[in-house]
Each structure stands twice: as C-alpha cells, then as structure tokens.
Design a protein around this ligand. Structure first.
Ligand code: GRF
Length: 200
C-alpha cells in the first residue's frame, strides 16, 4: 500500500515510518511527503530517503479553501491508499476529507479526549495528570476528535518538563505509529460508528 505522510516539523514520526518502510516485509511504502511549510527537518528526512516532497503553504493561497483544494490535489497526485498526518500542524478541510476521509490517520500526543489541540503535553503537565500518552485516530472534521485506532499510556514523572514529557510521549508515539500504520495498511480497515474494524 502507498502512504503519503504530511509533516510540519522535525519529522521524527516520519523518520520512524521511513525506517520501517525500508524493510520490504513492512508492507507499505512512503511514496511522498508533504508539508505546509519549507525549511523543516521533516522535508530533509524525506529527501535523504529519496522520497518525493511537496509543500503547500496557506499564505500562497487567497484563502483557506483554495489551500485545502491545492493540498488535496497535491496528495492525490501520489495516489495514496493511506495518508498519515505525522506532526502536521494544520486542520485539513472539507475538500481533503471528501477525498481522503476515512483513510487519513493522525497522531496526537495526549490521551484523547483529554487535552486536544496544539499543546497536549503542556496541558497534561499543567493539569497534573499522573498518566498521559498518545492517540492514533482516523481524522474527521474536528480537532483531534476522530475515531480512535490505538492509544499508548506514558507516565508523567515528578521532574518532567514539557520537553521531557513530550520526548517520552514521542518515543511511545513512534512505536505505536509504525506498528499500527503497518497493520492497517496491510490488513485494511473501516470506521464503524466510534470503532475501527480491521481486516477487509
Ligand atoms: C508529535 O508528537 C505529534 O503528535 C505532534 O507534534 C509532534 C511532531 O513531532 N503533533 P515530529 O515532527 O514527528 O518530530
């Protein structure tokens, strides 16, 4: 199966997928990497792996809707079976969801439905939870509200900072992402209500 991965930052989640997909037994190939901005490590990681890249910046478009359409076309050009948002910091819009809804996965560094949005690790630390973690879900029109595929628990340590906690979460996140993306890409899946059904 063909994966297109979208990034906005350092791309450590992307790197984990690139490393896994290098093994033919993984059963999925990263055929392209897209971003909403230039000059990020995530795009360099793709280039080092010889994977085609594309960038669609919101500010290059007259409005959000045309950016959404341009992003959708750029992804569609690579004919993905599955799209993975790996640290992608934009909400995909109606055009994207019409084309790839139900087969776009996203990771969030908190245990949904707790702490949605841009600052999951910081919000968890601030709240004082003893456990947090990461969530892999099927993207819908909301912010981190999609149907949950898998979650991994990460304990919060007494001396944690936002950075130390997020790094520990990202370690768990990479493992969960590689395992689940491979599984869903190989076996197929569909969304049934609030459940993901794996297997054709
Ligand atoms: C990940 O924790 C992702 O869930 C969050 O931002 C981080 C991206 O990290 N949205 P990277 O770009 O994959 O290193």
């Amino acid at each position: 199966p063909r994966l297109v991965v979208l990034v906005s930052g350092s791309g450590t989640n992307l790197q984990a997928l690139l490393d896994a997909a290098a093994d033919p037994a993984y059963g999925a190939d990263v055929v392209a990497v897209g971003a909403d901005r230039t000059d990020i490590a995530g795009l360099e990681r793709a280039e080092r792996a010889g994977v085609p890249t594309f960038v669609e910046r919101v500010k290059d478009h007259p409005d959000r809707g045309s950016w959404d359409e341009a992003l959708t076309a750029a992804v569609a050009a690579h004919e993905p079976d599955l799209v993975v948002l790996a640290g992608f910091m934009k909400l995909v819009g109606p055009a994207f969801l019409a084309a790839f809804g139900g087969r776009t996965l996203n990771t969030h560094p908190a245990l949904s439905p707790s702490f949605p949005g841009m600052h999951g690790p910081a919000d968890a630390l601030e709240y004082g939870v003893k456990v947090t973690g990461c969530t892999l879900f099927v993207v819908d029109e909301g912010v981190d509200t999609g149907v949950i595929v898998e979650q991994t628990v990460v304990r919060v340590e007494e001396d944690d900072t936002v950075e130390s906690l997020h790094e520990r979460i990202k370690t768990a996140e990479r493992g969960m992402l590689v395992e689940q993306v491979g599984r869903l890409a190989r076996e197929g899946f569909r969304v049934d209500g609030r459940r993901v059904v794996v297997g054709a």
